[in-house]
Design a binder for this molecule. Structure first.
Ligand code: 2M8
Length: 435
């Protein structure tokens, strides 16, 4: 046991630190994930951020979600980045010129966005903000938009035909360079010459050995360009696009969003029934397609090859957030999360199996600890009656952030802060854990 296991957490100092980060990262009508590395608005960041912000600045929490959904596309997709027109194009790559989204008929013409999505955590966020700072008017504004977001994912993105949403880019998962995508990406050429035409901004602002490799980055750029050049359309994805994958975390969050929508529906006078049915359908399809009883984990499915990835990654634990998961499946996830492969404390659950030969404690989503997935896992434990594990994970999160600061991610052994130092969702979710 390392000494940080025993250090008492200074709760007041922690709260003040987190509040300071969120004050510094507010940009008029939205929060940036980080002033330096991520100077625009990100989709799932906004959801996590608003959950924590609700406790200290509920107006800003509602505002952040409203800003994001103002940029929603007419087909229902919520873009993964909404660009701030006040930020210089060279301050983030790939920026609005690369994504080149044409003004959308019926959509806001002055707002520039990417054309891919991120996990739909926003219904959960709306439900949670409403509990802390009730505002039925905001919920009424958001409800049809949240429903359209779900319909986009469950109709346009059901490339596998089984009722699950596919992602068309690793960035859509939020777990950029997770080993979950290695098999699917290995089938694509990695032509790093594509990077000659662009400047990677992330490796200038952050440490290159912590960020995705150039080979991976070249594939990210090629995939984004291919989706863009197909007009951001989703028909015939399997024939037209090189990356079509079902992710267990993305789909668990999609099902969880339906459960949140069922509760929101009750407030706004809509029918909760269909939302509950959809959540149950997604949960069932996930168990059939993505669960491996031998590993006791969920795995990503490459819809193009029909093969499940063997990698054991944190997204494979995420279905624990679903209350409808059979107790035996929940028990196997809980076992795995507490096992030597992951481990809940003294440092929270890492992004990848600690015992894997290619576990990398520093490289982004291939080893380090992230607070957002641990915050979700904690909810999962609590929801399935694992109170001790939920509390151990909560303490581990508070302790690592208290010692190191509101970093983007943390070293999975030492707990040292890595990446960008004043990271919004870390600060926000700590405030939620302290509430
Ligand atoms: C990271 O992703 C962006 C691309 O969207 C990047 O690497 O530039 C991921 O950690 C993602 O989950 C997160 O939403 C984003 C902003 O915090 O950064």
């Amino acid at each position: 046991t390392e000494d940080h296991d025993h250090q008492p957490v200074d709760l007041d100092r922690l709260r003040r630190t987190a509040e300071t980060v969120l004050r510094g990262n507010w940009s008029g009508d939205h929060m940036v994930p980080s002033r330096t590395l991520y100077p625009h608005q990100w989709s799932w960041d906004a959801a996590f951020i608003s959950i924590g912000l609700a406790h200290v600045a509920p107006d800003r929490a509602w505002r952040d979600l409203r800003s994001l959904f103002t940029a929603q596309w007419p087909d229902g997709r919520v873009p993964h980045i909404v660009f701030d027109p006040g930020v210089n194009e060279k301050d983030y790559f790939p920026g609005p010129a690369f994504w080149d989204v044409p003004p959308l008929p019926g959509g806001p013409s002055h707002i520039r966005t990417t054309g891919i999505v991120q996990p739909p955590v926003h219904a959960l966020a709306a439900r949670m903000i409403h509990r802390v700072a009730p505002d039925a008017e905001e919920l009424r504004w958001l409800y049809p938009r949240l429903v359209a977001q779900q319909e986009y994912l469950l109709k346009h993105r059901d490339a596998g035909g089984a009722g699950l949403a596919s992602i068309v880019h690793p960035w859509e998962s939020g777990l950029d360079n997770s080993p979950s995508w290695d098999d699917a990406l290995a089938q694509l050429p990695a032509d790093v010459r594509v990077l000659d035409r662009y400047q990677r901004r992330d490796v200038q602002v952050s440490v290159a050995t912590h960020r995705p490799t150039n080979a991976d980055y070249a594939r990210y750029i090629a995939l984004a360009a291919s989706y863009r050049d197909n007009g951001y359309q989703d028909f015939d994805l399997l024939e037209r696009h090189g990356f079509v994958v079902e992710c267990p975390a993305f789909n668990a969050l999609t099902a969880d969003a339906e459960l949140a929508l069922a509760e929101i529906a009750a407030v706004v006078g809509a029918d909760p029934g269909p939302h509950r049915e959809r959540a149950a359908g997604i949960t069932q399809a996930m168990i059939e397609r993505l669960y491996d009883p031998e590993t006791g984990l969920f795995h990503t499915l490459d819809v193009r090859t029909g093969k499940r990835s063997k990698a054991r990654c944190v997204n494979g634990l995420m279905p624990l957030i679903l209350p409808g998961l059979p107790a035996r499946v929940a028990a196997s996830l809980a076992d795995q999360a507490a096992s030597a492969r992951f481990g809940l404390s003294p440092v929270p659950v890492p992004s990848y199996d600690r015992t894997a030969p290619d576990f990398d404690p520093l490289r982004y989503w291939r080893g380090p600890v992230w607070i957002n997935v641990n915050w979700l896992l904690r909810r999962g434990f609590a929801g399935h009656g694992y109170a001790a594990e939920a509390e151990a994970l909560r303490q581990a999160m508070l302790s690592v952030v208290d010692r190191s600061g509101c970093f983007e991610y943390f070293h999975p052994t030492t707990g040292e802060g890595i990446g960008t130092p004043e990271f919004s969702w870390t600060a926000a979710l700590i405030l939620d854990l302290l509430a």
